[in-house]
Structure formats: C-alpha cells, structure tokens
Design a protein around this ligand. Structure first.
Ligand SMILES: [Zn+2]
Length: 184
C-alpha cells in the first residue's frame, strides 16, 4: 500500500522516511520496550541480537551487497530487565490514553475527568476508574455508575503501556504495532 502510494505520488519520499524510520522493539517476552531507528534495528538483526517479528509491507532496504526486509517490529533475543517504567496517572495522560475524546459520547470539547465508579461512593483514582468525559456527560452521569446511568463506556479503561506514550514520536501507528501496544 505504501509503495503504491509512493508510486502514485501521494506520499513524498521524505514523509515516508520520517514515518518509516521508527521500529517497535519488543522485549524477549513480547512486551513493547521502545522505539528505535531502522538503522539501529537492522544492526541488531544482523548481529543476531534481535529477530524480525513484522517487516514493513512492500519496503526493502538495499545496499550494494544486500537486500533486507524493512523492519517494523523486532524482538530482542535476550530479556532486558528494566525498572518498570510507569506512566504517571495524571489528567493529561488519561486524556491522551482516551484520545482526547469523551468516553461516553465521543465529544472532543469541554473535557474533564470522570470517576467511572463515583468518588462519592468510594471510587478510587486508578487508571481503571478514571476516564475522559465531557462536562455535559459528566453532569448527566452524576453519582451513578455507567450501568445505572445507562451510559455505556466506549472502551474499558486500562493502564497504558509506556510505549503507548512514546508513540507521539512517530506520525502514525502501524497496524503491525497495534497488538503490542494496546493489549494491556
Ligand atoms: Zn460526552
């Protein structure tokens, strides 16, 4: 699809380079670990430090001596133990997780944070109990649960992975990355 977009002139090659220079790195246990450049990924692959999980459709890297599949997702062969990098629970990060949309009606305006299980009834400040909501939905729901208010959530709230928050450094998330970033 990408190469046909390039051929048809829809994407400039410069834009494609920026978009496609990011490779998702998985730990040995398939947990998303970081994002690296294509150069770094190929270096790890050629040194057998990592294996290809998903190549980028239709793209290859060429040098005079080799043709190599363009990496999209790679997995380290040895487990890297890192101190658990937690995403801070903050209003801003909850809204980022929720794509800056009300989780009840989808609105992008007048956003605030709602306790799914109301705070007045003991609902806690956790990733699983806090969602982005617009002020009208927030007031309509009041001190009720989504079930009581008959206001179903568009998606169950979850604790985001660290890598989900560095996705801002790439222009768009590849389909091949999604299973590793959103399976939380
Ligand atoms: Zn709303």
């Amino acid at each position: 699809m990408v190469s046909s977009a390039i051929r048809s002139g829809v994407l400039s090659s410069e834009r494609v380079l920026r978009m496609y220079n990011a490779v998702l790195v998985l730990n040995q246990d398939y947990q998303a670990l970081s994002i690296c450049s294509v150069e770094r990924a190929v270096n790890l692959l050629l040194r057998h430090k990592a294996e290809m999980v998903a190549p980028r459709d239709g793209l290859v890297l060429r040098s005079p001596s080799i043709t190599y599949p363009w990496p999209s997702v790679i997995r380290l062969k040895r487990y890297i133990s890192l101190p658990y990098r937690k995403v801070a629970l903050s209003r801003r990060n909850i809204m980022r997780r929720d794509g800056f949309r009300c989780q009840y009606c989808g609105s992008r305006e007048k956003l605030t944070i709602d306790h799914v299980f109301p705070r007045s009834r003991g609902g806690r400040d956790t990733w699983e109990n806090l969602v982005t909501a617009c002020i009208p939905c927030n007031s309509r729901k009041g001190d009720r649960t989504p079930e009581e208010a008959n206001m179903p959530l568009r998606r169950r709230p979850f604790r985001p992975s660290y890598v989900m928050f560095i996705r801002d450094c790439v222009n768009q998330i590849e389909d091949s990355w999604k299973p590793f970033l959103f399976l939380v």
